[in-house]
Design a protein around this ligand. Structure first.
Ligand code: PHE
Length: 459
């Protein structure tokens, strides 16, 4: 086979891909979502299930997704079409690309609204609003923000515009350099926050909450959320990693880079948890406070530490940046597809997708104020508002199903010769282990979690 070339270009090096993929993976999922869903699902047992999912489902599927992308070298829809054809399989496999594009649009619609909170907090913190703040004060500042649809819309608009600007220039220019400097800075600031949490008096309690598994606190829904989060935090199952893989040079090791990305992503999430839960307990807050958790707790740290205004501003700036590098990967599959199939240029394609996502974002904005209500029908959605429904539908259902399909395609429908050639791990234990994981472990785990939730089986 002569090697295909992507019309969108290539990463300049192995490091560039690692940075871009880490930029996609590390985002609101690690710092905003991981702590609040851990708080809602009782802590340690949830964290353990999440870590196991990253290891046994996330890493093998990430390798599958990257290898599919690199072999197809196009947007996920066209990559799946090409590979299905090449492997003599049914064209229905392109559905992975289509479903992923829809999932990406739904995710970016709420992701951008939440990222808007982070942008708003950059200015809040810089203005000194949190100096000496009390827990009640921080909670009411947050409530003031989310109850005001106009402010939410303004910040959502700013963030969406930032995303469109980068994507329209092509994801490679600028991204590599920025991630190289800002990621390590985010890491250092998280360490600083953990250091602050160590002196909060409740560090041990926070650690115990995170790392002592209490399985009586974990429900079937919690297991699904933990698994869904493994997909969400690693950007898997919708084509973001596939499209980034399509820009990966042929000589780079997919296995090594996938493991590095997963480790960095997990570290950031654990550090965020270690920074936040001690503060939650030290201030008598509720771990299950929901999506506002970090916005109600971190200002307490910044409001009371030396140099807090500076560090706090920097932190929310870096959080915005982390969200930004994830957001661009959420719309890249759709943009690449428009460029390939509609012959439009990147700027136009990004703008079209950005406008659609911006409009969809209004649902999330309103779900925190004017349209705040809870669904009452039974099942996974009981007690959820519109935002929760979007979150559950995408992270807990669409991403795991997308990942399941990718694993099955790579494990059962691609020839061994193709996957072996792409992974370049030889024929030893590493390759065999991967193949076993995508053929059996990952699919069965996803299927069992779903069946359990549907009440078909009881584990
Ligand atoms: N992984 C990103 C985060 O944790 C979110 C994301 C999901 C990005 C799916 C791309 C695809 O914030």
């Amino acid at each position: 086979m002569t090697e295909r070339i992507s019309i969108h270009g290539q990463w300049s090096s192995r490091l560039a891909f690692i940075l871009a993929a880490t930029g996609s993976a590390v985002g609101l999922g690690n710092i905003w979502k991981f702590p609040y869903i851990t708080g809602e699902n009782g802590g340690g047992a949830f964290v353990l299930v999440y870590l196991l999912c990253v290891l046994f489902i996330g890493i093998p599927i990430m390798m599958a997704e990257v290898l599919i992308g690199r072999r197809g070298r196009q947007s996920p829809i066209n990559t799946m079409r090409t590979l299905a054809h090449e492997e003599h399989q049914h064209g229905i496999w392109q559905l992975i690309g289509w479903a992923g594009m829809v999932a990406g649009l739904l995710i970016i619609s709420f992701y951008s609204v939440i990222a808007g909170w982070a942008v708003a907090y950059v200015f809040r913190t810089a203005s000194g609003a949190f100096t000496g703040v009390t827990a009640d004060g921080a909670a009411s500042i947050f409530a003031g923000l989310v109850s005001d649809p106009e402010r939410l819309l303004a910040w959502h608009t700013v963030f969406m515009a930032m995303t469109v600007v980068v994507v329209s220039r092509g994801v490679r220019s600028g991204l590599e350099k920025a991630v190289k400097i800002l990621m390590p800075m985010l890491f250092v600031l998280l360490l600083l926050l953990v250091g602050y949490a160590m002196n909060s008096g409740k560090f041990a309690e926070g650690l115990a909450f995170l790392f002592t598994p209490d399985f009586s606190a974990l429900t079937a829904g919690g297991v699904l959320t933990a698994m869904g989060h493994a997909f969400f935090t690693l950007s898997l199952g919708m084509g973001a990693i596939m499209v980034y893989g399509s820009y990966l040079p042929k000589n780079v090791s997919i296995a090594k880079t996938s493991v590095i990305v997963a480790i960095m992503d997990t570290l950031v999430a654990l550090l965020a948890g270690m920074a936040i839960f001690p503060l939650v307990f030290a201030n008598g807050l509720e771990p299950a406070a929901g999506p506002g958790l970090i916005f109600k707790t971190l200002p307490l740290a910044f409001g009371h530490m030396a140099g807090g205004t500076l560090f706090g501003t920097l932190f929310f700036l870096l959080l915005t940046f982390a969200a930004w590098t994830s957001a661009i990967s959420l719309i890249e599959p759709a943009v690449a597809w428009l460029v390939e199939n509609r012959g439009v240029d990147r700027a136009k394609a990004s703008t079209v997708i950005g406008v659609i996502a911006w409009l969809l974002g209004i649902v999330t904005i309103m779900s925190f104020n004017s349209w705040a209500f809870e669904f009452t029908f039974a099942g996974e959605f009981k007690g959820s508002g519109l935002f929760d429904v979007l979150d559950i539908l995408t992270a807990n259902i669409m991403l795991p199903l997308g990942g399941l399909a990718m694993a099955i395609f790579a494990g059962w429908y691609m020839s061994e010769r193709s996957t072996k050639d792409e992974l370049n791990l030889g024929d030893g234990l590493l390759y065999r282990g991967w193949r076993f994981a995508v053929r059996f472990i990952a699919p069965l785990a996803v299927i069992i979690v779903f069946l359990q939730l549907l009440g078909v089986i009881k584990v």
